[in-house]
Write a protein that binds this ligand. Structure first.
Ligand code: ADP
Ligand code: MG
Length: 447
């Protein structure tokens, strides 16, 4: 069915036409009518399946077809976990509002607070924001949300990971009236704590789930290489980069110091490489993303700050130089390729330190990966398995093994049952992970 079958304003259809978009994706086909009917939605669909328009189009339509509840308050607030993602959604929104009288502004951590206060004083209809900074403005009474009609949470699970539950609740409470509609979107929405916050924020939501996060993404080819150590990982990486014709590449590392080191190494090998981490100043981050999206760099080395939502259509390969600490981030990382029906490749380098995280990814995806090899680069590591035991030592070794397995199991259970309410959100909208105690090397919030 074409977009013209939805009851969307001509101006919106016109903009879609200019964007070269004529047929809704599955998530759009299902979510848009529900959203247009004014109902709350909790929606998940795979990465790159067009969730942004699935919420922006009904948001625009609501603006156009309904009378505002308040002349001054924002009518639509869209919350996102990272500044880069908020910037991307904001630019799509700009295309849609360009044809109308509506004003949109973005309110992100790391940018000038007073300028934002001035922008809010101009009474924008749409506010695209990271939750920490928006909550700060709320506290300062730079905006009121009594007239808010539509609250949208994109990548809601990630905002909780980052410790923004409290800010989400503050925003929710400031806009707590019967006529507010709430939409929640992500590729992975199946955690207990997401349900908890959803119960608080959403009113009897409709659940729309299309190819949820842990189903296989058919457009992405996934390869796993076992690695003995760092040098082995680097050798495999160099070979893959040398041998494969790829357009753009994103490489994810565990820490920002690895990010920088690897970026320098790849630049020395002659690749146009940039590195991005949450500790950089916002102007630097903007510049890096801008250059990468314009194709001026071939490789982006980054932490999970770039794992969510970014829609970079020329990324043909995603490399997990280190496995992510939390299984669902794997889905989001590899989802930076294979977008909007394009094909993509994902490579993961799994060493002894990655093994537990790797097995958690397998459990999350309910999939058993086979391992790939490159000639001359086969290592010794074959996974952490029970060692064969000699008869005389069998008993103590078995006991030790049992203890280790139990320890690992309880660690995995702790991860599965993690309680993100205790993470404290800092106004950044982008630090990769607050679920682990902060270490010096980990990417941490900066403001
Ligand atoms: P998601 O949020 O599900 O990861 P995005 O909303 O970022 O996906 O969309 C991914 C890409 O698909 C974008 O480049 C977007 O312009 C494109 N896209 C969205 N909807 C359609 C559609 N109906 N037809 C073709 N392309 C689309
Ligand atoms: Mg998205």
């Amino acid at each position: 069915m074409p977009f013209t079958d939805f009851s969307l304003d001509q101006r919106l259809l016109q903009t879609l036409k200019h964007m070269g978009i004529d047929t809704p994706t599955e998530i759009q086909e299902q979510a848009i009518p529900i959203a247009l009917a004014g109902k709350d939605i909790m929606a998940s669909s795979k990465t790159g399946s067009g969730k942004t328009l699935a919420f922006l189009l009904p948001a625009m339509q609501r603006m156009i077809s309904c009378r505002a509840l308040s002349k001054r308050d924002p009518r639509v607030v869209i919350l996102l976990p990272t500044r880069e993602l908020a910037t991307q959604v904001y630019s799509q929104l700009r295309l849609l509002v360009a044809n109308t009288q509506y004003k949109a502004t973005k309110i992100l951590g790391g940018e000038n607070f007073n300028d934002q206060a001035k922008a809010l004083a101009r009474d924008p209809h749409f506010v695209v924001a990271t939750p920490g900074r928006l909550a700060d403005h709320l506290k300062q009474h730079h905006l009121h949300l009594n007239g808010l009609e539509l609250l949208i949470l994109d990548e809601a699970d990630r905002m909780l990971d980052l410790g923004f539950a409290e800010q989400l609740k503050q925003i929710n409470n400031a806009a707590d009236h019967k006529r507010r509609q709430t939409l929640m979107f992500s590729a992975t929405l199946d955690h207990g704590d997401v349900n908890e916050i959803a119960a608080e924020l959403l009113k009897t939501p409709e659940h729309v789930s299309i190819g949820a996060g842990n189903l296989e993404h058919k457009d992405i080819t996934q390869r796993i290489f076992l690695c003995d150590h760092l040098d082995h990982k680097e050798a495999l990486l160099s070979r893959i980069l040398k041998d494969e014709q790829q357009k753009q590449i994103i490489i994810f590392t565990a820490t920002r110091s690895d990010t920088e080191r690897l970026a320098i190494k790849l630049a020395e090998e002659g690749f146009k490489t940039a590195s991005l981490s949450g500790e950089l100043k916002q102007t630097a981050r903007n510049q890096i993303m801008d250059e990468f999206s314009r194709g001026l760099q071939q490789i982006l080395v980054t932490t999970d700050v770039a794992s969510r939502g970014l829609d970079l259509l020329n990324v043909s390969l995603v490399i997990n130089f280190d496995m992510p600490k939390f299984a669902e981030e794997y889905v989001h990382r590899i989802g930076r390729t294979g977008r909007a029906g394009a094909k993509g490749d994902a490579v993961s380098l799994v060493g002894p330190k990655d093994w537990v995280n790797f097995t958690q990814v397998q459990t999350f995806l309910n999939k058993k990966f086979s391992f790939s090899e490159l000639e001359g680069l086969k290592g010794k590591f074959t996974g952490l398995k029970a060692k064969p035991q000699s008869k005389s030592k069998a008993k103590p070794a078995a006991a030790k093994q049992k203890a280790t397995t139990a320890k690992r199991k309880s660690a995995a259970k702790a991860t599965a049952n993690r309680d993100r309410r205790f993470a404290t959100g800092v106004d950044i909208g982008d630090a990769p992970m607050l679920r682990k105690p902060k270490s010096k090397l980990q990417d941490t919030p900066e403001d």
